[in-house]
Write a protein that binds this ligand. Structure first.
Ligand SMILES: *Cc1c(COP(=O)(O)O)cnc(C)c1O
Length: 396
């Protein structure tokens, strides 16, 4: 069986998890801090906050940015639903803008048109997605966001290790916090780094970082410098006003959640992260072979192509008889996948008035898109078999 994506668990990973299980902490221990630090180094940002999953990361971001009922936030219809849902968790309104035909990414011109058409202050934020692993040009989005006073949450679930080249010719890693206020990653088994469930938030903003730590753990703080109750109340008896707060004391100051990650997952994450570069190189190799095969192919309407900085989470082709090819591949135990059914046409979002033809490019893309197997342990032989089956299908 050849899936579209798959985790790669090695003996080294298993050993790392076993060691963590023997330690003093299953959760809230030092391994999480270590993973956060190493991940921040890998991405090139100041702060990283490990959380239960990518969706929790998105939810915490929306909370940290104070999304409220009635807030309007723009995102792409070609993404996993969670990119939009996080706004709904806070009662905000999701406004979809169409994709660009060539990149499959949120089209900045469509976003700009929305912003221009409404009075300033109508929209509060944008959630751009590095769909398929292709880094979106966040420098351009930042410029636009600043013009209209918007925040940016970058959904980088597909793009750890990906980058774009900015206007000064510098590499800008996905999620490095230079342009977005907050960025998120997922460690679901199909993503580049797998910890079962898991997610990470990255940022360069210290204030947001501190807020996220609080929100991750019930809204509780142990930072004495911001305690609101008096020290005598905390002590349970009259003590001089300048006394230290007792060791047990903490305050719940906002409504938070338990979105924590565990130490044994962090151990797996650290071990996985040490091979992230290697995995990315292998993904690029596989993508390159697909590129060579599909360039000038008369049956392929479009494909992921070669782009510098692409993290190749997915390799998407566009093909006329997508259903036929999908089923033919399945008969040969090749499980290609569709990314994504346009979010705005999910019945949940249709209740807000979204309907067919609202996003013509995303809807056209959906008719033909197919994600081919792409993961580091896919062998050359397996990839050849995938290509052979595709050609056999075209000859039917
Ligand atoms: C996987 C994914 C998520 C959600 O991550 P989970 O860890 O599964 O909650 C969000 N956005 C995108 C683009 C994803 O691919």
């Amino acid at each position: 069986m050849i899936p579209y994506g798959k985790q790669n668990i090695t003996e080294q990973d298993i050993l790392a998890v076993t060691e963590a299980l023997k330690g003093d902490f299953l959760t809230q221990g030092p391994t999480i801090l270590k993973f956060e630090k190493l991940f921040a180094e890998y991405i090139g940002c100041k702060y990283a906050v490990a959380v239960a999953n990518g969706t929790a990361a998105l939810h915490l971001n929306a909370l940290a940015l104070n999304v409220k009922p009635g807030d309007k936030v723009i995102t792409t219809p070609i993404t996993f639903a969670a990119s939009a849902n996080c706004i709904r968790y806070c009662g905000g309104e999701v406004v979809f803008a169409d994709i660009d035909n060539d990149t499959y990414l949120l089209d900045i011109e469509k976003v700009e048109a929305l912003l221009k058409a409404a009075p300033k202050g109508t929209y509060q934020g944008i959630v751009p997605v590095d769909f398929a692993g292709r880094a979106i040009d966040l420098e351009a989005f930042r410029k636009l966001a600043d013009e209209y006073g918007l925040w940016i949450i970058q959904d980088s679930c597909h793009s750890p290790g990906g980058y774009f080249i900015d206007s000064k010719g510098q590499k800008q890693n996905c999620g490095n916090g230079n342009f977005a206020d907050l960025a998120i990653f997922s460690f679901h088994p199909v993503k580049h780094i797998a910890t079962g469930e898991g997610g990470m938030i990255t940022t360069n903003d210290e204030k947001l970082y501190k807020k996220l730590l609080e929100l991750r753990t019930h809204g509780i703080t142990r930072d004495a410098s911001i305690f609101q109750n008096s020290v005598s109340f905390a002590a349970g008896q009259e003590v001089p006003e300048n006394s230290a707060y007792p060791g047990w004391y903490m305050e719940m100051q906002t409504l938070g959640y338990n979105y924590r990650f565990t130490d044994f997952q962090a151990a797996l994450g650290i071990s996985q992260l040490s091979r992230a570069h290697q995995g990315l190189e292998r993904r690029k190799e596989i993508a390159k072979k697909y590129n060579e095969h599909f360039s000038n192919h008369n049956k392929i309407k479009g494909h992921s192509g070669f782009v510098e900085g692409h993290a190749y989470h997915l390799y998407v082709i566009e093909v006329e008889d997508r259903l036929g090819l999908y089923n033919f591949l399945r008969e040969h135990k090749i499980f290609a996948q569709i990314h994504y059914i346009p979010c705005h046409l999910m019945p949940y979002y249709q209740q807000f008035g979204w309907k067919k033809n609202d996003m013509p490019k995303a809807e056209e893309y959906y008719k033909n898109c197919l994600s081919l197997p792409l993961y580091p342990t896919l062998t050359n032989q397996e990839q050849d078999f995938v290509l052979e089956c595709i050609e056999r299908f075209f000859k039917l």
